[in-house]
Design a protein around this ligand. Structure first.
Ligand code: ADP
Length: 442
């Protein structure tokens, strides 16, 4: 809160100055009256006062210009009070400035030793400041590169395209460092203040290596399990136990479980292949043929226990990998059949939404409680493990769906109500859809 301005009548300096002026005028009047030169005496007194005031002003100006840290000179009447006020303000602002400089230095020192690289960029992407980690990861030199536009220093096309798009919410992961190619980095661009940008560079080499070890392990285990399972499955198929009902039941259960294991292994191998893939294919995928195939799959799985409908209002096709898209859509359809009791209805939809298109599978099944929805596409996450197992689920279907859609820049949306049913929708962006070319076989 600003300090209240003292009234002139309560200011000692003002009282003294006004008193002095009155005294001078009275003295001049007295002298003038006695000498018979009242007017010249008064003019001389006021002139003297004006000279003194000018002189005081000169002293004050000198003090101000000297930027001295010493207190202002005394004996300047009212000006002393003004100077005192300026001096106090000046002192307070210097103290504030010192505090800010200390704080700034502490922040800079902390940012300088951060293990992650931090680069402050101007709106034109000029390097304003960067820490040691950024210098090491990006090959920046604090003496030569301050003020240089970042794009001129980074020659990596992937980084440049990403910077150009300035996708602040979309971090760029796994790019090689321009100076140490064996180092993998993740970059994130964060807007702050009005138009400043913070580029955060993180060394993710160890993380990616561990991730790779995990992926390779899963892929190798799955691969190694494939052959023994095929052998087991083959021998089980050869056993004929029709005469012994007890043995027959056991063999059927063993066949069922070995089939389930084979499906898990196949799904794990699919996931590990998708994990290694950076891009989807770019084939034209005929949606008419896809929908017809999916309907056949659904009918085969349902064994006429459900009403299955296809509603295709879009004449567009997709661009991507036919095999992967069939696997993703097939998982959605299989889930709809699996988790809808007999007599239920399953609708496969293909429709346009603006420039993009959507594939949706709606069922009138059990539905999914809302609290499970955020984690439903995690590997091996199930709402009911026993129901999933009983229906032959692997717990990997929705992970495959999510991966495949990610590779096609599509988004999975799940709406579900317990006891009413679920709708799984795959929303495809404009760059992934194309008008159905006339003459293309459906
Ligand atoms: P699973 O092989 O067990 O079906 P998914 O990854 O395909 O594995 O699905 C994960 C879980 O999501 C399932 O176990 C099931 O609980 C639930 N789920 C998936 N689709 C549906 C659906 N259409 N209706 C109800 N629950 C579903």
């Amino acid at each position: 809160m600003p300090a209240p301005v003292p009234s002139i009548l309560h200011s000692h300096a003002w009282q003294v100055s006004i008193g002095r002026l009155l005294l001078l005028v009275a003295a001049a009047a007295g002298v003038g009256y006695v000498s018979g030169h009242l007017q010249p005496a008064l003019i001389a007194a006021l002139g003297l006062y004006a000279l003194w005031s000018l002189y005081t002003l000169l002293r004050m100006q000198r003090w101000l210009l000297a930027r001295t840290r010493l207190p202002p000179p005394s004996g300047m009447g009212v000006w002393s009070e003004v100077a005192e006020f300026v001096f106090r303000r000046h002192q307070a602002s210097r103290q504030r400035q010192r505090r800010l400089v200390r704080l700034l230095r502490a922040y800079r020192e902390a940012a300088a030793v951060l293990p992650d690289g931090v680069v402050v960029l101007s709106p034109m992407r000029q390097l304003v400041w960067f820490n040691e980690a950024a210098a090491r990861l990006l090959g920046l030199d604090p003496r030569r590169h301050r003020g240089v536009i970042l794009d001129r220093l980074l020659r990596n096309a992937q980084i440049l395209a990403w910077l150009g798009a300035a996708r602040a919410h979309d971090p760029l992961i796994d790019v090689p460092s321009p100076v140490l190619p064996e180092l993998r980095m993740s970059l994130r661009l964060i807007p702050y203040a009005h138009d400043q940008w913070l580029l955060v560079v993180r060394d993710v080499s160890t993380l990616l290596r561990l991730e790779q070890v995990r992926r390779d392990f899963v892929a190798n285990v799955s691969h190694e399990l494939r052959t023994p399972l095929t052998v087991l499955h083959g021998y089980l198929d050869l056993i004929e136990a029709d005469d012994d009902p007890e043995l027959d039941g056991m063999v059927r259960e063993m066949r069922k479980q070995s089939l389930r294991m084979t499906r898990i292994v196949e799904d794990l191998l699919t996931l590990s292949r998708l994990d290694h893939q950076r891009e989807s294919g770019d084939e034209t995928v005929s949606m008419a043929a896809m929908l017809a195939g999916l309907r056949r799959d659904a009918e085969a799985l349902s064994q006429q226990q459900h009403e299955i409908r296809v509603e295709a209002s879009s004449a567009r096709d997709l661009r991507g990998s036919e095999k992967d898209l069939h696997s993703a859509f097939g998982n959605l359809v299989a889930n709809a059949v699996r988790y809808t009791p007999p007599g239920g209805r399953i609708v496969l939809r293909w429709f346009d939404e603006g420039d993009g298109s959507c594939f949706a599978v709606q069922d009138s099944g059990h539905g999914i409680p809302a609290e499970h929805l955020p984690r439903i596409s995690e590997r091996f996450y199930r709402v009911s493990t026993s129901r999933s197992r009983e229906k032959g689920g692997t717990g990997l279907g929705l992970s495959i769906v999510k991966h495949v859609l990610g590779l096609h820049q599509a988004r999975l949306q799940i709406e579900s109500e317990v006891g009413v049913g679920s709708t799984f929708s795959a929303h495809f962006p404009p760059e992934r859809v194309q008008e159905h070319a006339a003459g293309t076989a459906p």
